[in-house]
Design a protein around this ligand. Structure first.
Ligand code: SAH
Ligand code: TRP
Length: 326
């Protein structure tokens, strides 16, 4: 038996990243209306654990739907991509990605896997597990921010960049444009993007997926305040807020908010901010945009990709699109 190679881990986030970038995000976001927090701050160690629990909730259909597509079509995806390097953005535990890796390994074409995530411990654990499961595969993990560090992704060979879980829907339209445009500019002709997007469906089903009966999503969203308390010495009382997820039919997105249940003053010393919140005032913690297949294609084409193929699950809940740089 060949011994597994240890994964390499490059850390692109500097040690002050949390402090520095968080302060700017918090200053900007919390002075807007509605007040907003950027989603990458949801994924500290506890947040990543809670997200992992979310993926196992019966109400959270996106995980199962994307899993079903990959189970059915991983071989075709691998063949269509012709990739020798798989890069994964926002990889988390890379659980579903194993379906792709299995198909890549049986095709014999893959030499390198490069998962990228801001959540360092989750990434390290996933990279170790994958290196042991696929001996012979070079695992080159990157602790980085996909809105800042695309230029540092591994080069050479034919690459497929997987961006799964519907995470692109957590970006605003302008951010999606900037992200997809930057990615298209960086890729070489023949490289591709495998993009997972959740599709528009009934409000009931959507709301249930973001408001589970066990309260895991509520804790996940509320954990953002715990992150601010720890990283910026803020004094949020997470218990003084209630979790309000709603479907915005005009923007076709879920909007996840925390509502202040009492008038309160919050001091965020690390950001030099004092926040006076009135009763009922809301902080938006996350959006999750839902797509139609035509909208996915037009955003990809505007960014400079060509749509090679779209796969959906049997219930048409989720789509995986393979887009290629011409
Ligand atoms: N791809 C996995 C996880 C999705 S959850 C799945 O499909 O189940 C979103 C992941 O993206 C988390 O692991 C989070 O830490 C990561 N993430 C969020 N914002 C990020 C950013 N700006 N840069 C890099 N990773 C980010
Ligand atoms: N990318 C996931 C999604 O949009 C992130 C997520 C899952 C999430 N559950 C959540 C974000 C609950 C906020 C609240 O589905």
């Amino acid at each position: 038996m060949t011994a597994a190679k240890e994964p390499s881990v490059s850390v692109l986030l500097d040690p002050n990243w949390a402090a520095g970038s968080l302060v700017e995000d918090v200053r900007r976001g919390l002075s807007q209306h509605p007040r907003t927090l950027p989603p990458k701050w949801l994924y500290d160690n506890r947040g990543s654990e809670l997200f992992d629990e979310i993926t196992r909730l019966p109400e959270y259909y996106p995980f199962n739907a994307e899993h079903a597509i990959l189970t059915e079509h991983a071989d075709e995806i691998v063949t269509a991509s012709g990739a020798t390097t798989l890069v994964e953005l926002g990889s988390g535990t890379s659980e579903k990605t194993r379906l792709l890796l299995d198909a890549f390994v049986s095709s014999g074409q893959l030499t390198r896997f490069a998962p990228v995530d801001v959540s360092e411990q989750t990434l390290r654990d996933a990279a170790d597990q994958i290196a042991h499961r696929y001996p012979g595969l070079e695992v080159a993990a990157v602790v980085g921010d996909f809105t800042l560090h695309l230029a540092h992704l591994p080069k050479g060979g034919r690459r497929m960049v997987a961006f799964l879980g519907g995470t692109i829907g957590n970006l605003y339209l302008e951010e999606r444009r900037a992200f997809l445009g930057a990615l298209a500019d960086l890729l070489e002709p023949g490289d591709s993007l495998l993009l997972g997007t959740d599709l528009v469906k009934s409000a009931d089903r959507l709301i249930a997926a973001y408001n589970d009966g066990a309260g895991v999503t509520d804790e996940f969203i509320r954990n953002s305040l715990v992150v601010l308390n720890r990283e910026l010495g803020a004094d949020f009382d997470p218990g003084a807020f209630s979790y309000i997820p709603f479907w915005d039919p005009h923007m076709e997105r879920m909007d996840m908010r925390l509502r202040s249940e009492a008038p309160q003053r919050v001091t965020i010393s690390g950001a030099d901010m004092v926040l006076d919140l009135s009763v009922g005032e809301e902080i938006r913690v996350e959006i999750s945009t839902k797509f139609r297949v035509s909208k996915i294609a037009s955003e990809l084409e505007q960014a400079g990709f060509g749509v090679t193929r779209v796969w959906t699950d049997p219930d048409n809940e989720f789509a995986l699109t393979l887009a290629t740089k011409p």
